[in-house]
Ligand binder design. Structure first.
Ligand SMILES: *Cc1c(COP(=O)(O)O)cnc(C)c1O
Length: 364
């Protein structure tokens, strides 16, 4: 057992999830694989290559830098950039990345660059705001924006929006309103174009909850990595990542002795505690300390005690038969990232994407 923390990525599980998602959409529906944030904390390049080999024809990332990394690693498929920022627009062109245009301001900035470079039919996507109120042009701007785009040297490859509560139980009044807005957008698009751009609305949980709304494409991230935001949907998928680290030291404490910074934990009886080489700099935040987070060691649950340090944390192993070198599991296919995060009131997305590069990635 090596003396470091590992994120073990199971590529068979990735293929399983990909195939489950493919089976939920028909042959003509495009699967846009979302590999932003280092493929949800795993490894953007490695995962994009695997997904390419599995047949993925389209990728999406959040920012230009992520698309550039994929291009530099040899990914040739189209890459949609969800949230391009003004300072990154030249790079998008340089690396043949496809921006989502989400405001008149960004449209004008990008158009100016495309014209300066005398490009023709540069592929872009149009992001509409249907109620999430995060990013996107509003419906009352749509006509004006489409007029601008139609007279430009841009080619609108897709028009899309994003649901804010796609995992919520149906019927959901908020989602219903978003869908109605998107249907109005669809009408406008179909009326306007002989060869309309692709339309898409669904993220991972949307694919499970609203199979009737697949339109021309879906954008799936978390489900590729094994989660879909509801227990019964998760059951169809396999978490691809396991976070583990070896127990690196054991201490026998007397009643009254304390553990960690600021004496975060005090032994109420003679106790045995274990030390693990993972801390908040690795992505296990301080909210998991003081008995909130639970890890598994030799098949038994152990509480994280005291304050999580930057590079290490401590667990109570008084009732567990263990020795240094034994594997400590934060989450895996059985005790999942959902289970691990539930106690800290957060979601699988946060723990996965927060894992630092210091954790070694290995593949099986
Ligand atoms: C991140 C993101 C997705 C993927 O969402 P999942 O819930 O991970 O499937 C889809 N669309 C947009 C616009 C996103 O930002």
């Amino acid at each position: 057992m090596s003396q470091e923390a590992y994120l073990t990525i199971n590529l068979k599980s990735l293929a399983h999830n990909y195939n489950v998602l493919r089976s939920k959409i028909n042959g003509e529906t495009l699967l846009i694989a979302v590999v932003k944030a280092n493929a949800y904390g795993s490894d953007g390049v490695k995962i994009a290559k695997e997904l390419s080999a599995l047949g993925t024809d389209y990728f999406a990332v959040a920012y230009a830098s992520e698309g550039i990394n994929l291009r530099k690693a040899g990914i040739k498929k189209p890459i949609l950039v969800f949230y391009p920022q003004k300072g990154q627009l030249e790079k998008l062109i340089e690396y043949n990345l496809e921006p989502a245009l989400y405001s008149k301001e960004i449209i004008h900035s990008f158009l100016a660059l495309v014209n300066k470079n005398t490009l023709n039919k540069y592929p872009v996507h149009l992001k509409c705001n249907t109620g999430l109120n995060r990013i996107g042009i509003s419906i009352n701007e749509l006509n004006e924006v489409l007029n601008i785009l139609d007279e430009s040297s841009l080619e609108v490859k897709s028009v899309y929006s994003h649901l804010g509560a796609s995992e919520n139980k149906k019927p959901c009044a908020f989602t219903k309103k978003q869908i109605e807005s998107f249907e109005l957008i669809k009408k406008q698009i179909l009326k306007r174009y002989k060869n309309p751009p692709k339309l898409h609305l669904l993220n991972s949980s949307g694919i499970f909850n609203y199979p009737e709304l697949k339109y021309d494409a879906v954008r799936t991230g978390i489900a590729l990595y094994g989660f879909a935001n509801r227990t019964e949907w998760d059951a169809e998928l396999k978490p691809i990542a396991k976070l583990s680290a070896p127990l690196c030291q054991i201490h026998h404490l007397n009643k009254g002795e304390s553990v960690g910074y600021n004496q975060g934990w005090v032994a109420t009886k003679n106790s045995i505690i274990g030390v693990i080489p993972v801390g908040h700099a690795d992505g296990i935040g301080r909210q998991y300390g003081n008995g909130i987070g639970t890890v598994q060691i030799n098949g038994k649950p152990a509480s994280i005690i005291g304050n999580v340090c930057m590079d290490m944390l401590m667990i109570d192993v008084s009732a567990i038969d263990c020795k240094t070198g034994d594997e400590v599991v934060f989450f895996d296919e059985n005790t999942t990232a959902v289970d691990f995060t539930a106690s800290a009131n957060t979601i699988s997305y946060e723990i996965l994407t927060g894992l630092n590069n210091r954790i070694k990635r290995v593949y099986i």
